[in-house]
Design a protein around this ligand. Structure first.
Ligand code: GUN
Length: 286
């Protein structure tokens, strides 16, 4: 193997130490703790794990947190009423509705109902718009985590060919925007891209978020590229694997994120960061 491994676990741990220190100072100054409320509807096992880890993350850095576990058959009206209640609660600075929602609920409507000031996922259209013009309070957690991993690894983005594979609202699109704001030359690829390998081979920095296990192989990567794997797929044998074929790509990349232990640990850390930023905004009366 020639690539350096970007250790998301270690970088995440040191970010959380800093967030815990800042939270301690925040509490001394303002006399209250940042508060995050998480809503989960239904029984999706992966979502339950994510929500549990979000709660543990809050405890680790000294936030208040509450988890609302709603049954699968929760109505639109019941969910809206809970969001309205949390929007109006001064002790809540961040609201997160875990996705995906059961089919009878409309995630776009739900996201739009969350106060943009408490939208620590940065999914609300006003926060998405603010990211487009570079005037934001919150960045979406996964792309923000990738940017921290690049920075902490000393990787300069300015002028680099950056290729993002995947165009989701949660990862691909905002990821491209953040790389652009860091002065990368950015290309977004997706399922209709002609000759995907030809594009991915141009990348100095390749970010992959498509949800296809081990899809990116060494022949699709330029030797010396930085490869960031946002994928989180479960193999038939139960093991977690990314969108990048780690065994072959790590032979030729300069830096690579493993799965697990790369991008994943950063996502909740960025959520905690956003919740603290939100609480600071509320403390300043913004
Ligand atoms: N489901 C998977 N990832 C996320 C996330 O970052 N936020 C929310 N709300 N739901 C998710």
């Amino acid at each position: 193997m020639s690539a350096k491994i970007i250790d998301g676990k270690a970088i995440s741990a040191s970010c959380r130490v800093k967030i815990a220190e800042d939270t301690e100072n925040f509490k001394k100054t303002h006399g209250f703790a940042p508060g995050l409320s998480v809503i989960i509807v239904g029984e999706d096992p992966a979502s339950k794990v994510y929500v549990r880890n979000k709660k543990l993350g809050c405890e680790q850095v000294g936030f208040n947190s509450s988890v609302y576990e709603l049954p699968e058959n929760t109505t639109r009206e019941e969910l809206n009423a809970l969001i309205d209640k949390l929007n109006a609660d001064d002790s809540v600075h961040g609201i997160l509705v875990q996705l995906p929602l059961p089919k009878h609920l409309d995630s776009e409507e739900v996201i739009a109902r969350i106060s943009p000031k408490k939208d620590v996922d940065a999914f609300h259209e006003s926060n998405v718009g603010r990211i487009m013009i570079g005037n934001y309070s919150f960045l979406p957690c996964t792309p923000a985590g990738v940017m921290v991993l690049l920075k902490e690894s000393g990787i300069d983005i300015s002028g680099k060919e950056c290729v993002v594979v995947g165009r989701s609202n949660i990862v691909g699109k905002p990821m491209a925007m953040l790389l652009l704001q860091a002065n990368g030359t950015v290309t977004i690829c997706h399922s209709r891209t002609k000759d995907l390998s030809e594009v991915t081979r141009r990348a100095d920095i390749l970010v992959v978020a498509i949800g296809k296990a081990d899809f990116i192989t060494a022949d699709m990567v330029k030797p010396g590229a930085v490869v960031i794997d946002v994928g989180m797929n479960r193999r038939a044998d139960g093991k977690l694997t990314g969108d990048v074929d780690f065994a072959s790509v790590s032979e030729i990349a300069s830096y690579i994120t493993p799965v697990p232990g790369g991008v994943g640990p950063m996502t909740i850390t960025m959520l905690l960061q956003n919740t603290l930023i939100s609480a600071e905004g509320f403390a300043k009366g913004k």
